[in-house]
Design a protein around this ligand. Sequence first.
Ligand SMILES: NC(=O)c1ccc[n+]([C@@H]2O[C@H](COP(=O)([O-])OP(=O)(O)OC[C@H]3O[C@@H](n4cnc5c(N)ncnc54)[C@H](OP(=O)(O)O)[C@@H]3O)[C@@H](O)[C@H]2O)c1
Length: 398
Amino acid sequence: MTRTLTVLGATGSIGQQTLDVVCRYPDEFDVLALTASRGSDVLASLCIEFNPSYAVVGSQQESNQLRSRLNGKAKSTKILVDNDEVEDSRVYNADVVVTSIVGAAGLNPTLKAIENGNTVLITNKEPVVMLGPMLRDEVRKHKTTIVPVDSEHNAIFQCCSSKSGARYECFSPIDGLRRILLTGSGGPFRTIDLNRLQAVTPEQAVAHPVWNMGPKISVDSATMMNKGLEIIEARWLFETPADQIQIVVHPQGIVHSMVEYIDGSVLAQMGTPDMRVPLTFGLFWPRRGESGSQQLDLFEMSAMSFEPPDFIRFPCLKLAAEVARCEGTAPAVMNAANEIAVEAFLESRIQFTDIHTVVAHCVDDMGNDDCESIPQVIEIDRKARNIAQKKVFQLSTG
Ligand SMILES: NC(=O)c1ccc[n+]([C@@H]2O[C@H](COP(=O)([O-])OP(=O)(O)OC[C@H]3O[C@@H](n4cnc5c(N)ncnc54)[C@H](OP(=O)(O)O)[C@@H]3O)[C@@H](O)[C@H]2O)c1
C-alpha cells in the first residue's frame, strides 16, 4: 500500500538522502510535502522529480523565487509559506514524516508532525535536546510512533528490548539495561596537535573523515558537541540517566552504537557509514528495505579501535556531558548558544576554540531552571541566543 511522506528540510544532506531512498520505491511512497527554508534550485529540482502536493518555504519572497525557478513545471505542487496555519496541518498529516531541518528551527515543525500522530522519523536532534520530557509527553498524548534515525540512536533502537518482550517503543526504559555505549568517530581533529586547534578553518572543520553532512553538524562533530547533544537525545529517547551513557570514540565509524545488558551481553549495530541505512530502516520499519548502501566487507575492513573520550581536547563534550545531567532548561541554553557560536565560526567571526568559550559563558550566565512549558523553553532559547550574540561580538571585536 502506498504511504504518504513529508520531508521537513528536504534540501539538506538528510533530506536528499531520504529522497534518494524513496526514489527507489515509486510504488511505496507518495510524496505529500517537501519543506525548506529557501526556494532554491535544489528544492525546485526535487519538486520536479517528486511532484509533491505541497512545497513549503520560509517567506513570500522565497515562494516567489521557487515559482520562478519552477517556470511552469511541477504544476500540481502548491507552494506555501511556513506560517500558513490552515494548509500546514495538511502538510504534516502524512503517514510518515522525516524531521531533517537543522537546529532549533525544527522545533515547531517537529511538534506539528507529532501532533498528527503518525510515524515520525527523527534526525533533527536539537528539539529533543531542548524539550526533553515535554517532547515525550507530546508523543504519548498524540500516540505518535517515533523511529530515531540519527545513526547512533537508530543503532540503539535496533538493539533495544522491552519488558513485555513486544517491540521496543521510544520514551520507555530499556529492559535489563546496564549502559548505552554511544560511539563517535572523534571528527577531523581527533589527533591534531592541540596548539593548532585555535587556528583551524571552517573548511577544515567541515571536512569530516567519515560522514558527509551539513555544515552545522559537521562543526558539532569537530568540537564533539554533537556527541554531547546525542547523550541528551539518548537520555530522553531511551529514558536512560546520563550517567548510564558512555561515549566511546570509534574512528572507523562501523559500529554505530551498542547496548550493554545486565547479563553482560553487548549488542552492537554495524554497517558502512551511510545515513541511507538508518533512513531506510525508519522508512520501512518494522519491515526492512534495500538502502542502496555498500555491503560491509569485514575482510577488507581495517582493524576496529575504541578509545575513551578526550575531555581536554574536546571541552564542548565535557560541558555537554555535565549539562546532560541537568534535567531543566540548561540543555536548551547550551543548544541555542552552540547554534550561534557555530554560525559565527562558519562565518569566520570567531575562532574554533571560541565556540566553547561562548557556550560555557551562556550556560554559566543562565544556569538551570525547571522546565515548565514549551513557550518557556522557546523564550529561554531566545534569551540564550542574545547572550551568545553579545559574547560573539565581544570576542570578534577583540
Ligand atoms: N547530515 C547527517 O548525516 C546527519 C546525521 C545525523 C543527524 N543529523 C541531523 O539532521 C538534521 C539536519 O542535518 P543536515 O546535515 O541534513 O543539515 P543541512 O544539510 O544543513 O540541511 C538543513 C535543512 O534544513 C532547512 N532549514 C534550515 N533552516 C531552516 C529554517 N529556519 N526553517 C525551515 N527549514 C530550514 C534547510 O533548507 P535550505 O536548504 O532551504 O536552507 C535544509 O533543508 C540536524 O539536526 C542534524 O543534527 C544529520
